[in-house]
Design a protein around this ligand. Structure first.
Ligand code: NAD
Length: 269
């Protein structure tokens, strides 16, 4: 089978550079890279930017050309950019692997609409460990009743712009699914000042930011007399990049539809 041609929109970002390096390491072909029109990186070599040597591909501002040159495009950018990229996937029929977090409801709807015309694999986290953690959390939440207060704690590097992280929210969704409740109706996203006592059955979130932490998540089940803590620590963002390349090879050529990492990893919930 011919090598998969993979494009990277936002190729100058932290994840973008890691993705280009991992495409090369996986023996796939980098098909192109884009950045914002105002970026000083435009015109630079996509490979040199990622530290993997010259690839003979210049960073461009026109994402459409990246889609046209690719079998599948990787998008780890910003929520508003990702909806535009999902539209381009729908227009060109190219597969899209979407890792951007912080999309609001309307932006999520735009991605779902685009998935009617192109295969889109959307995941808040591409590591195997976190995807296993999602099923462990759902299982624990199902077995442990409301006596066990659920709190989701996450820490990320100082540059992260959305909170709680997409993974923390996915873990909250998994816990809510286990408890057969609606997360939106039962989540406590912020606590400040005189909050009153904790409401039984709520799912709480706490966010830490600092340094260069690639991503740490804990789901805590706290009862009177005992506490169960399920924790995942990513020590490098390469783990997300490798998972995204694996996902890209899986989704390239699939029929239109919205997929997630459960489809790729065959993890039964
Ligand atoms: P970053 O700020 O380092 O990189 C984002 C890049 O996208 C920047 O270079 C920016 O210029 C570029 N960009 C923005 N709009 C663009 C557009 N319209 N066209 C082309 N490029 C555009 O951020 P990061 O740390 O690499 O994270 C990016 C996103 O990926 C965040 O939402 C983060 O939460 C998410 N993320 C997801 C996973 C996962 O496993 N799903 C893992 C890590 C990060």
């Amino acid at each position: 089978m011919a090598e998969t041609k993979i494009g990277v929109v936002g190729c100058g970002g932290r994840m973008g550079r890691a993705l280009v390096g991992e495409i090369v390491a996986a023996g796939c072909r980098v098909a192109g890279g884009s950045e914002v029109p105002a970026s000083p990186l435009l015109g630079q070599d996509v490979g040199e930017l990622a530290g993997v040597g010259t690839l003979g591909l210049k960073v461009v501002a026109d994402a459409a050309t990246v889609f046209q040159a690719s079998d599948v495009v990787l998008d780890f950018t910003l929520a508003a950019a990702s909806t535009a990229h999902a539209k381009l996937a729908a227009e060109t029929g190219r597969a899209l692997v979407l890792g951007t977090t912080g999309l609001d409801r309307a932006q999520g709807d735009a991605v779902r609409a685009a998935a009617k015309h192109a295969p889109i694999l959307w995941a808040a986290n591409f590591s195997l460990g976190v995807n296993l953690l999602l099923s462990l959390v759902e299982n624990a939440a199902q077995r442990l009743g409301e006596d066990y207060d659920i709190e989701v704690l996450e820490m990320h590097h100082r540059h992260k712009v959305d909170a709680p992280s997409g993974t923390a929210l996915a873990l909250g969704e998994a816990a809510a699914k286990g408890r057969a409740i609606e997360l939106a109706a039962r989540s406590q996203r912020v606590r400040d000042g005189h909050t009153g006592a904790r409401k039984a059955g709520d799912i709480g979130f706490a966010t830490l930011r600092g340094g260069d932490v690639a991503g740490e998540h804990s789901v805590i089940f706290a009862a009177a007399g005992e506490r169960l803590e399920l924790t995942h620590r990513a020590t490098t963002r390469l783990v997300f990049a490798r998972g995204a390349i694996h996902a890209a090879r899986w989704v390239a050529g699939k029929p239109p539809g919205l997929y997630d990492m459960r489809n790729v990893l065959d993890l039964k919930r």
